[in-house]
Design a protein around this ligand. Sequence first.
Ligand SMILES: [Zn+2]
Length: 603
Amino acid sequence: MPQTSTSLPSREQIQAEYKWQVENIYANEQLWQADFDKVKNALPGITEYKGTLSQTPAKLAACLKLRDEINILAGKLFAYARLHRDENSANAKYQALVGKTEGLLAETSAATAFIEPEILAISDDMLAAFRREQSLAEYSFYFDNLIRQKQHVLSPAEEEILSRSAEATQASENIFNMLAHADMKFPDITGEDGQKITLSEGRYRSLIMSADRRVRQEAFSGLFGSYNTFRNTFAATLAGNVKKNIFYSRTRKYNSTLESALSESNIPVNVYDNLLATVNNNLAPLHRYIALKKKALQLDEIHMYDLYTPLAQAVKFNIPYAEGLKLVREGLAPLGTEYADILNKGLTSGWIDVYENKGKQTGAYCWGVYGVHPFVLLNYNDRLEDVSTLAHEMGHAIHSYYSQAAQPYATSQYTIFTAEVASTTNEILLNDFLLKATTDKQKKLYLINQYLEMVRATVYRQTMFAEFEKSIYDKAEEGETLTADLLDALWHTLNTKYYGPGMVVDSEIDVEWARIPHFYWNFYVYQYVTGYAAATTLAEKMANGGTGDKQRYIEFLKSGGSDYPLSILKQAGVDMSTPQPVELTLNKFSTMLDELEKLISKS
Ligand SMILES: [Zn+2]
């Protein structure tokens, strides 16, 4: 059922077997309303525990259990409203239901806000004694994680000041967003067919991939020229954001902003440092990729604006959904029969909303609903990327499915650090399978190009971002001022180092730091690299390992948030405190370069 954007069907026109079954959460609105009332009525009950949590372990356990029950119901209520709204955003009924649930969620979090400060106020000895009670056993990791951060929690009066400061210290990021996404104007350039195109961030992404070199050069100069006009303002917003994070990390008595950011997932600082060192020791494959790209594109010099040009023109794969399902089933076969059974269950029992319809949310996501099942939104349109997205989202879905079945609510949610591992493992398995199965040269070239670009953009580029972040925080923490000149120079040096002597690092790129929203997310991007490297390692084990590896992988999927992410991954067989996962990933990148070299020398 392929569709074009000009003739989208209405939701009613889509066959039921291609729609998710939100009725698996609530069969009708009366049942939804009944749970809504139930949560509403439970809130006064939970506030009655205020001031009593240190009295007996039974009181503490009862309060935490009640909070879980409320959160499970609130999760179902919200999912029901949001999934229905995403089916068709024009449906006012579900917009209203979303609004109503959001109000309830805010009330819920306000009503339960006393719990954690009160637990932290219980003396260590008393809490240790409480924790020997069986009723609190399922909260063991929750307590460990809470207590671990105790030394960084300040007095109630100081905490109050910090929380009131948040709105004001948010200004740098807000100004960045307003300037970059609302006020910035980009110039007109001349497109492939000679037509005038007004540049935008969205259009830049396709124009920079143009096979016409003049077009991508104009897009490149146009985009970065605009950022360059505001370089001092962008330097000020970025510097302001860095100062904000330094302020909070110092006030909370961390040794550095990096330590403070990583402590959330309990990741030691040396994991970050080792990642930068390992990628720096393995830049040679990226330099080789640049040289091969220059050769394949038959360029005299390779410039920054040539980087995104695909080695193979887009190949139309045209994969109907039924064929896509078959490919995903075959691609994920290395995960074993139990996994295959759950995959099959997911594919056939109302987890997935397959096709686009009028008003439907764009893109793709997975939404796990505790006590029900995961839901997956797709906009499947017969492209190879859509098959990849299906494998990716089913990775999230089955991770949620296993974790929610195996864990009590308190430890069922996996952390950001491990969130993309299962999904990316699936994508890599599918890609490897397709590469093996494809004999057509153009298609093979296309798949290799996709893979190489994925590693370049996820591993190399994000590590370069992570290195930039580390440098600017180091400098700012030593009292240096982050000026536009300093940031430009740093960005230029990093690009020269990462892309190597074969690349002409055009000066326009120097201001690229100004357009990266992730630099306002405080040491977030390195997790793209660790997640991808962990997934590559696991996919390798699934394809070539024994039954022990496969069992450990299923255990990983079942572990949810029951331990710290590094421990969970280590149990699965990936030690992120060593260079191996990243080395293995970049070795695989090298092997793909060999394949690419063979293919392009044949032509
Ligand atoms: Zn994902």
